[in-house]
Ligand binder design. Structure first.
Ligand code: IPM
Ligand code: MG
Length: 353
């Protein structure tokens, strides 16, 4: 298994170290790993001037999977847009054709009190957000800031073609088949033609999946329903921008965005795996960041890219065990639990393996 490791910026470095240690711990059980490190984001800009430099492109393309920490930080926010770390992230997603972003939001029973919602609203929560990742207003042309009639005008283009919608729809339907057999497609068809097409294509596609129930929801209502009654959802499929927003919202149902892994897959299950959270510059370098989202991302990597369900489940069970033991990083800490740092959390997961 050839893995391209991209620690990135901020807490990325610390949390990736723990995920790698967890993977290394599986090595003795016959999981064969080849790790190659490269730079993405702000660190890459500092070293090469580009957020997704050629050396990284080469390694990422040649690898079977990419494991990413996080990118970005205030230091680079002042740079011209093409040199910003976020551009590196969008660049690698597009370059590797990672159109399917899977963001599970699972509430571990031990963390029911860490959610800002009432425990009964979130207990047992298990949602999968399937976000389209290489299209929509994120990449649509024309885009930019221009001067028109003496005024500055900002422009982006929301655009999807039917093939793009169909292929992400398939990912959602297939995923639902292995879970609760429900897909809720989120759009804004009452206003936006792009998403009228989205809805039409989802309805056409659903004919191929008679065993899965398809429903539709407007994005504003979906945002509301996610905090009102989140357990009504099984698989949620939506476009890039809506998925960006709804997945952050869903993450808080689980108590902390520090718990949420993600997988971004191409058509052949080559994937990039990263926590759903960012680089958290405010706590970077302090050794207090929660490494669990990244460790759980490594589990997703074993599952989707390496077809090693057993190893994935081992990691996930180890995380559950550590939570049951009462170990918590600051973001999920509550009275009566033991507050631990990044490294200690990694140690505990490895011990629990
Ligand atoms: C995410 C992030 C990125 C996105 C940013 C950092 C470009 O918010 O992965 O959700 O908007 O996709
Ligand atoms: Mg986001």
């Amino acid at each position: 298994m050839k893995i391209c490791v991209l620690p990135g910026d901020g807490i990325g470095v610390e949390i990736i170290a723990e995920a790698v240690r967890v993977l290394e711990a599986l090595r003795s059980d016959g999981v064969k790993l080849e790790l190659e490190y490269a730079q993405l984001g702000g660190c890459a800009v500092d070293a090469t001037g580009s957020p997704y430099p050629e050396a990284t492109q080469k390694l990422a393309r040649a690898a079977d999977a990419v494991l990413l920490g996080a990118v970005g930080g205030p230091k680079w926010d002042v740079l011209p847009r093409p040199q910003r770390p976020e551009r590196g992230l969008l660049g690698i997603r597009k370059d590797l054709n990672l159109f399917a972003n899977l963001r599970p939001a699972i509430l571990y029973p031990e963390l029911a009190n860490a959610s800002s919602l009432k425990p009964e609203v979130v207990s047992g929560l298990d949602i999968l957000i399937v976000r389209e990742l290489t299209g929509d207003i994120y990449f649509g042309e024309p885009r930019g800031i221009t001067i028109e009639d003496g005024k500055r005008v900002g422009r982006n283009t929301m655009i999807y073609n039917e093939d793009e919608i169909r292929r992400i729809g398939r990912v959602a339907f297939e995923a639902a088949r292995k879970r609760g057999k429900k897909v809720c497609s989120v759009d804004k068809m009452n206003v936006l033609e792009t998403t009228q097409l989205w809805r039409d294509v989802m309805i056409e596609l659903s004919a191929e999946y008679p065993d899965v129930t398809l429903s539709h929801m407007l994005v504003d209502n979906a945002a509301m329903q996610l905090v009102r009654a989140p357990k009504q959802f099984d698989v949620v499929v939506t476009g890039n921008i809506f998925g960006d927003i709804l997945s952050d919202e869903a993450s808080m149902l689980t108590g902390s965005i520090g718990m949420l892994p993600s997988a971004s897959l191409d058509e052949n299950n080559k994937g990039m795996y990263e926590p759903s959270h960012g680089s958290a510059p405010d706590i970077a370098g302090k050794g207090i960041a929660n490494p669990l989202a990244t460790i759980l991302s490594a589990a997703m990597m074993l599952r989707y890219s390496f077809n090693n369900e057993a190893a994935a489940v081992r990691i996930e069970n180890a995380v559950k065990k550590v939570l049951a033991q009462g170990l918590r990083t600051g973001d999920i800490w509550e009275d009566g639990c033991k507050r631990v740092g990044t490294r200690e959390m990694g140690d505990a997961v490895i011990a629990a393996l």
